[in-house]
Design a binder for this molecule. Structure first.
Ligand code: SIN
Length: 477
């Protein structure tokens, strides 16, 4: 690394924050689009952190559940590493000040979620785990003398010299450019939910970091695997939708159609608690046949267990204690991303990736509930610790070149692209629709289109159904 340049981390969700904290004493500049660091998908996460903490549990059992959820498409070494690391990750978060929910005797309260064989999920503030984690890590980062914040900036290009990434260019809301020298660049920019017409992700999860990494020549991995959550609050004319956590179904809520019939009856032996992809596909179909509602009127203790969902529903005139909640599937998590090794290195020298923008194969074809915050923090800590000890490189002398993300689509075309992705690359796909979507994308010019094309091509090439990638033409064959 170069002695006079900081490590630049792009993104202030849990992955970026954990990387920044663990990189001490290396100087770090944390770049994010908002001024106060809010707006990440991490902060919206209602699930918790999975870890084999209970004496009756074991990381090997957590690993098994992760592999089953991922349809065994996972990288087994990454799974073993992550599940071994999980209890230490929770302990580190406690040391950073995250106030996880506890039993009366002070032990961490362990919940159970879909796909987990035993209770192993820790939560904070009921369904507000992500927000509690971001708040605690952000407070630590703001106190840390090695971390400098730079909010309100968008990264639009990487700087290339002597065969490596050596910096980047940002633009602020007033259009002012700034060039930042870097010892290393870490992309921690999150997922791609915003490429779809319906998503549980915040608007900033638009794939900009993934597009930039691909433009720099980093390899993509598993782009076709997008997890759709079965239950987001169905608000007409809105793209970014509040999540209605799966834990409500764990607490007895039932999915019903317009006539009040349970929609999961006869679909899967686990009914409403069937794997997420199975429920999402059924809800998708039932939505097209007249709508789906989550009847959670029998659930108790709302302000303590589900304050986030309660507040979101009340804000939109629905009291979930008295009336069913209208729900829709929504793009939720991207298992694919920039291909990285377990150290967080892309194939591009000087460029690293961590969290949802990256893919080390740990989630396989379908992420297990509550493994994403875990991955962000565990991989962030690992990458940060490594950046802290890497040797410093000499300043290069070669010619410099910009790798541009490229121009954005205008808002009207972006809305059409999102609708196209929702219908062609949503919970159910087939070759003809994917091909037609690719043809349509070819008519639009913007970095979002290039990203969409990469995903559509990956989905077209994977002709079988696997995990969250469902090819209805393969099912019919
Ligand atoms: C949920 O709470 O339903 C989502 C949790 C997750 O995505 O892990």
């Amino acid at each position: 690394m170069r002695a006079d340049a900081p490590v630049l981390i792009v993104g202030a969700g849990v992955a970026g924050l954990a990387t920044a904290l663990a990189a001490a004493p290396r100087p770090v500049r944390l770049l994010c689009r908002t001024h106060d660091g809010v707006g990440s998908a991490s902060a919206l996460a209602q699930g918790g952190i999975a870890a084999a903490i209970d004496p009756a549990d074991h990381p090997a059992a957590h690993a098994r559940d992760t592999l089953v959820a991922g349809a065994h498409h996972n990288d087994a070494t990454a799974v073993r590493w992550l599940t071994d690391e999980a209890p230490r990750t929770v302990a580190w978060l406690v040391a950073q000040g995250v106030a996880f929910d506890r039993e009366e005797d002070g032990a961490l309260r362990l919940g159970r979620e879909g796909g987990h064989g035993v209770p192993r999920i820790v939560h904070a503030g009921g369904d507000a785990t992500g927000a509690a984690m971001v708040q605690a890590l952000r407070a630590q980062a703001q106190r840390a003398s090695h971390i400098q914040w730079r909010g309100g900036v968008d990264v639009e290009a990487l700087l290339w010299r002597d065969g490596r990434v050596v910096g980047l260019r940002t633009r602020d809301e007033r259009g002012r450019e700034e060039i930042h020298d870097a010892a290393r660049v870490v992309l921690a920019t999150g997922g791609i939910g915003s490429l779809f017409a319906r998503t549980s992700n915040p608007p900033g999860a638009d794939g900009a970091g993934l597009a930039l990494g691909l433009a720099a020549g980093a390899a993509a991995r598993d782009l076709e695997f997008v997890q759709f959550h079965p239950t987001a609050l169905d608000l007409p004319h809105r793209q970014s939708l509040p999540l209605v956590t799966e834990a409500l179904r764990g607490a007895g809520a039932r999915l019903r159609d317009a006539r009040g019939h349970p929609v999961m009856d006869g679909v899967h032996p686990l009914g409403d608690l069937a794997p997420r992809d199975v429920v999402a596909r059924r809800v998708w179909q039932a939505c097209q046949e007249g709508g789906v509602w989550l009847d959670a009127t029998t659930v108790t203790d709302w302000p303590y267990r589900f304050p986030t969902v309660l507040a979101a529903c009340l804000e939109h005139g629905i009291d979930p204690r008295k009336a069913p909640i209208p729900v829709t599937p929504a793009a939720h998590f991207h298992m694919g991303g920039l291909s990285i090794d377990l150290d967080g290195d892309t194939a591009v020298p000087g460029l690293h990736a961590v969290g949802e923008v990256a893919c080390n194969g740990v989630h396989g074809a379908n992420r297990l509930a509550s493994n994403s915050l875990l991955e962000g923090v565990a991989c962030g800590r690992q990458l940060g610790a490594r950046l802290a000890t890497l040797p410093w490189a000499a300043r290069g002398q070669g010619a410099m070149r910009w790798i541009e993300r490229g121009p954005s689509l205008d808002s009207g075309t972006l809305a059409m692209l999102r609708q196209l992705m929702w219908s062609a690359a949503g919970p159910q796909r087939d070759a003809a629709t994917l091909r037609e979507a690719l043809r349509q994308c070819g008519l639009w010019h913007g970095w979002q289109t290039r990203l969409a094309e990469a995903l559509l091509l990956a989905a077209l090439r994977r002709t079988e159904s696997l995990g969250a990638h469902c090819r209805r033409d393969a099912l019919a064959a």
